[in-house]
Design a protein around this ligand. Structure first.
Ligand SMILES: [Zn+2]
Length: 452
């Protein structure tokens, strides 16, 4: 790829408390090669004439946003589960209805549209927590990784990077009830057979990494946890796990094992800096210490947690304990990392009735570099020389953002204000339009096919 230059009206550079005006960003072969503030820093080393062919980026340019927790097919449920009462568990029945209907072709179509919506929202990398492994009756497809391959292809079409977090999912309850009905297609039998299948999946491209996941302590028995953790550790890949999203999971774990899910994971070697716990909405103070001291990351999914009536996790305490925070849109009730980021602060205000828990830079970090790190991309999420050339430009002249200082963008902008997205040096979104996917049309068609 040839050298490309962008001139950002504002850019949020690493270690800066607020955005910098007039920044020249240069990239070659998908990597940032120079970042030069023009005001105060003078002309770029190569001379002012280079500015003539620079692509102008009006508004605020951020590093790529990372969506650290996704179940692509949940996008089909948006707006369809609000007709009655219920809770997480009644919502899950509706989700299983969709899960039962997908095959590799419809999964590809739905994920491609969902990932393209993410691209429009400035998400340059997604962590797909994937457990729809086999045919509806639990029989593997001829290619046992056909569903994984569909996700890899979907991300390629949408133009974003993918960390495929292949989830081990073996049982229906903490006390080991077998998978039944729509859950049968999630299971590989035991952790060794899960490892064998995952080990055989090696997508050869630059936009995909394969990581591991433990669905939850509900779905992986205690004696199987270490097998998954060891595989992730040996391979040096990210390991994600749903944790304490519901008090019922804590209660069931205590009843069987006499300890919290966090303690159980700690005792079986699951926690550590390569691990990300998703949600952790209902931890004890001892759980927070275990997570923080082990440097286990925590992925918060505030819009899903509010949609499913999960509760509010103690985000500030998590950060104080030492856990890096990342963000995920999870069920895709909302795909908007600006909303996820400000919800971390705003939910804390509701919980404590005080303001000012997270700085704008902390929210930016959760949405960018921490999310990428949680997904195994140490070279992304900063506008820095050597990093992947991911640029996300947010309009500052929309009805929502006009008059807002650039530093306030995370409290004002929405996904609809993202105008320009570059992933690995390639333009994916320009003037608010995805260059290759008609996102509304494809969403409508793909969702229609699995809900009709
Ligand atoms: Zn999830």
């Amino acid at each position: 790829m040839p050298l490309t230059r962008w001139l950002a009206e504002y850019a949020w550079l690493p270690d800066h408390a607020e955005p910098t005006a007039d920044v020249l960003i240069e990239a070659e072969d998908g990597r940032i090669t120079a970042v030069t503030p023009l005001v105060g820093g003078g002309a770029p080393a190569t001379g002012v004439e280079v500015l003539r062919d620079a692509v102008r980026l009006p508004g605020l340019t951020l590093p790529g946003l990372a969506n650290a927790h996704s179940h692509a097919f949940h996008r089909a449920l948006r707006g369809r589960t609000h007709g009655g009462r219920g809770d997480f568990w009644t919502w899950r029945d509706r989700m299983y209805d969709v899960a039962a209907r997908l095959d590799p072709d419809s999964y590809l179509a739905l994920a491609r549209a969902a990932y393209a919506e993410m691209a429009l929202a400035g998400i340059t990398c997604v962590g797909e927590f994937h457990y729809l492994h086999h045919g509806p009756d639990g029989q593997p497809y001829a290619d046992p990784n056909a569903m994984s391959a569909a996700l890899v292809e979907a991300a390629a079409h949408a133009g974003i990077r993918l960390t495929l977090l292949d989830a081990c999912y073996l049982t229906a309850t903490v006390d080991g009830a077998p998978l039944a009905g729509p859950q049968r297609r999630f299971g590989d039998g035991d952790a060794l057979r899960w490892a064998e299948r995952v080990g055989a999946f090696r997508p050869e491209n630059d936009h995909t990494r394969v990581g591991a996941a433990i669905h939850s302590v509900r779905a992986v028995p205690a004696d199987q946890l270490a097998t998954v953790a060891n595989l992730a550790d040996r391979a040096g890949v990210p390991l994600h796990v749903h944790l304490s999203e519901q008090p019922a999971e804590n209660d069931a774990c205590r009843a069987l094992h006499g300890c919290t899910p966090t303690r159980l994971l700690a005792d079986h070697g699951v926690l550590g800096p390569g691990t990300t716990a998703v949600h952790a909405t209902h931890p004890t103070s001892a759980d927070l210490a275990l997570l923080g001291e082990s440097r286990t990351g925590i992925c918060l999914c505030p819009t899903t947690e509010r949609d499913l009536a999960d509760g509010i996790g103690p985000a500030r305490q998590m950060a104080e304990a030492g856990s890096p925070l990342s963000l995920g849109s999870d069920s895709h009730a909302v795909v908007d990392l600006f909303e996820e980021a400000r919800a971390v602060e705003l939910d804390e205000r509701l919980r404590t009735r005080r303001r000012g828990h997270f700085s704008p830079v902390e929210l930016l970090t959760a949405a960018t570099v921490a999310g990428h790190a949680a997904l195994g991309w140490a070279d992304a999420g900063r506008l820095a020389v050597g990093d992947r050339a991911d640029l996300v430009t947010v309009r500052l002249d929309s009805a929502r953002t006009a008059g807002v200082p650039p530093v306030g963008a995370f409290f004002a902008a929405t996904a609809a204000d993202v105008s320009h997205v570059v992933v690995d040096g390639r333009v994916v979104v320009a003037d608010g339009r995805h260059l290759t996917v008609d996102v509304p049309a494809e969403l409508r068609a793909a969702i229609g096919e699995v809900t009709a």
